[in-house]
Ligand binder design. Structure first.
Ligand code: AMP
Length: 608
């Protein structure tokens, strides 16, 4: 997880108040000397420590649910850096302006706090339980959706915790606490009644104590007179460290045996995993995604296409390169076409589920070369498995040769964006292109070159989920090869090709990086045509003269900088996909809008 203050030279991380004062003393105690530290109590908050008249002043900086930061009673700011800059010009209620940063010594790293590792673990637990993801798929889910996941965790993660028992009565809570051993500090949290408020039940001296968790008008949770938190799970974590008025510290969770994987009261998505999807009654029946809570954006993990249909071991046992014709239903609906034939919609009957598929059907009159190309494409796709790449289900030899793939129903990116200009925000385009960079990073790591990366070959599962497709020109590089040398000229997409591809027919992941830059240009110009009406040879001289396409009107400046870096003439100096993905991610995380959560208008009531 990125910490927005990490880059600030006066940010110390999770140090205590006395440590902060020690640093300020060592730095001379001049008026306006200041440093920033992480708030030890609340997630995402800070404390600004300031010197005035040889005294210390500590101002808590709150992170609001809408993602802004502010000192109590002060103006909101979009980040800690912006907040400090503001107070360096205007005291606005502080004892003085921030005059001199107390710089962190070069040998002192930012100290990570208890919530930093907690947040990462929470994220993992949440993804594991909500989508039943493990391993690489879980890592991909976290990297690609961290900002959204953080938001979900902040508000709903308690529902996934083993100590959360949902809506049960106080008597039932007691029964559960007494039902096994009763060490001091054994606890559970339950929902109290229709008002949606919570209570904490904790064992001490073989007796159960019950505390009402207060929920104030600003949406904060606390013990009576205690420290306030944005979320129930933060409060629980805090009460494991400090009793805050309780008879004892919280220790062992009284595990909710009644909820196998702590499914929330309102299921966010359909459960995923072994045998998770019942086969539809009617072949090709549309998906029955459980509706998402209001305001919650669809995430890639909500789609069946996030993990391979063969991730289920029962299905994997049955996996073969060639699939049986009787298991495939081919619809007349055409999704698209090419010189090889057409792409049709269909349904593939697997052992425990039916899945929607796209089927590339080879025209029977096609010559051998086209058939060979399709076989080569199948051979490449067969070796790939990534959430951001269209997976192959199998080949089918029947009335025609058919390449059966995962379905990406929202179609090619360029068409989608040009038809939905007004509905797709720039942040959404950043999100999709970050996903493309994740898929390309995977290809680079596996030593595959795509050779035809373009917006037309990025297919959308939905508005928030992109997959790379069309591996017709792709090659697997040998273990010791850095590039593929094409012996013959083909029908090449020259406008997407790097200079070394055109001039020397050398294809490497660096060539794909150039194409990624063009694909970004297409995406941020909402389906625009690169190099306007220029012909291929004109483009080559345009580039050789040092020219590059202009920034599309709605393209953010940092993204355009990255685009231009992708168009570095010398491939040795061009970034790799590892670097491209990291830059896309940093930008995506920094802009990802924080959806504000409505505060509940709860009355404070006495403990039950
Ligand atoms: P291609 O020859 O692979 O570029 O496919 C031609 C067209 O068929 C694409 O532009 C898409 O509109 C459609 N298509 C190809 N593969 C898929 C897929 N997996 N899911 C949905 N549509 C697809």
């Amino acid at each position: 997880m990125i910490e927005p203050a990490t880059e600030l030279p006066f940010f110390y991380g999770s140090i205590s108040r006395s440590e902060a004062e020690q640093h300020l003393k060592l730095a001379g105690m001049s008026d306006g000397l200041f440093l920033l530290r992480q708030c030890l109590r609340s997630l995402g908050g800070y404390v600004l420590s300031l010197v005035w008249n040889l005294e210390f002043y500590h101002y808590p900086v709150e992170k609001q649910l809408n993602g802004t930061y502010c000192i109590s009673g002060g103006k909101p700011h979009c980040g800690p850096a912006e907040l400090c800059e503001f107070y360096s010009k205007d005291a606005d209620g502080l004892v003085c302006t921030l005059r001199k940063p107390c710089l962190r010594p070069a040998d002192q790293a930012v100290k990570s706090g208890v919530f930093d590792s907690l947040r990462d673990n929470m994220l993992r637990e949440y993804v594991r339980h909500t989508w039943n993801l493990e391993g690489e798929a879980m890592e991909q889910a976290i990297i690609s959706q961290a900002p959204q996941l953080e938001k979900l965790i902040a508000t709903t993660a308690h529902e996934k915790m083993p100590w959360y028992h949902g809506k049960i009565s106080r008597t039932e809570g007691e029964r559960r606490l007494y039902s096994a051993s009763q060490p001091d500090g054994k606890f559970l949290v339950r929902e109290r009644d229709e008002s949606g408020t919570f209570a904490l039940s904790v064992m001490y001296g073989k007796t159960a104590y019950h505390y009402r968790i207060l929920h104030d008008k600003s949406g904060k949770y606390s013990m009576p007179e205690g420290t306030k938190f944005d979320t129930v799970w933060q409060l629980v974590e805090y009460l494991k460290m400090k009793p805050d008025g309780l008879v004892t510290l919280l220790r062992e969770a009284c595990v909710n045996q009644h909820s196998a994987n702590h499914t929330p009261a309102v299921p966010l998505v359909r459960a995923r995993g072994n045998g998770y999807t019942p086969p539809p009654e009617v072949p090709g029946a549309c998906k029955t995604l459980t509706s998402l809570p209001a305001g919650r954006q669809t995430l890639p993990m909500d789609s069946d296409e996030f993990v391979s249909p063969y991730a289920d071991p029962k299905e994997l046992q049955e996996k073969t390169l060639f699939i049986k014709r009787e298991k495939l239903m081919v619809d007349e609906v055409e999704l698209g076409s090419g010189n090889f034939g057409s792409v049709k919609k269909g349904v593939y009957k697997m052992k425990s589920k039916h899945i929607d598929v796209a089927i590339k059907v080879l025209k029977s009159e096609n010559e051998k070369a086209v058939r060979d190309e399709m076989m080569r494409e199948a051979d490449i796709m067969h070796q790939l498995d990534n959430p951001y790449i269209v997976r192959m289900i199998g080949l089918c030899q029947a009335e025609a040769l058919m390449l059966v793939m995962e379905m990406a129903p929202a179609g090619p990116l360029n068409k989608f964006l040009s038809s939905k200009k007004d509905q797709v925000a720039v942040e959404n385009v950043v999100e999709l292109m970050h996903q493309v960079s994740l898929g390309m990073k995977y290809l680079e790591e596996k030593n595959f070159v795509h050779r035809d990366l373009a917006a037309r070959n990025v297919l959308l599962v939905n508005q928030h989920y992109a997959k790379i497709s069309d591996f017709g020109l792709s090659k697997a590089l040998g273990a010791d090869d850095n590039y593929y040398k094409a012996r013959t000229l083909g029908k090449w997409p020259l406008k997407w090709y790097a200079p070394e591809c055109i001039n020397f027919h050398k294809f490497s992941s660096k060539g794909d990086v150039w194409s990624f830059g063009i694909t970004m240009w297409e995406a941020f110009s909402y389906g625009g045509k690169p190099y306007k009406k220029m012909k291929g040879p004109e483009v080559i001289s345009f580039l050789q003269a040092g020219n590059r396409m202009d920034r599309p009107a709605s393209c953010p400046e940092p993204i355009y900088e990255l685009m231009k870096d992708c168009w570095t003439y010398k491939y040795e100096e061009r970034p790799s996909f590892v670097q491209v993905e990291e830059r896309m991610r940093t930008y995506y995380y920094s802009t990802s809008k924080k959806v504000s959560t409505e505060t509940k208008e709860d009355e404070e009531k006495p403990a039950d």
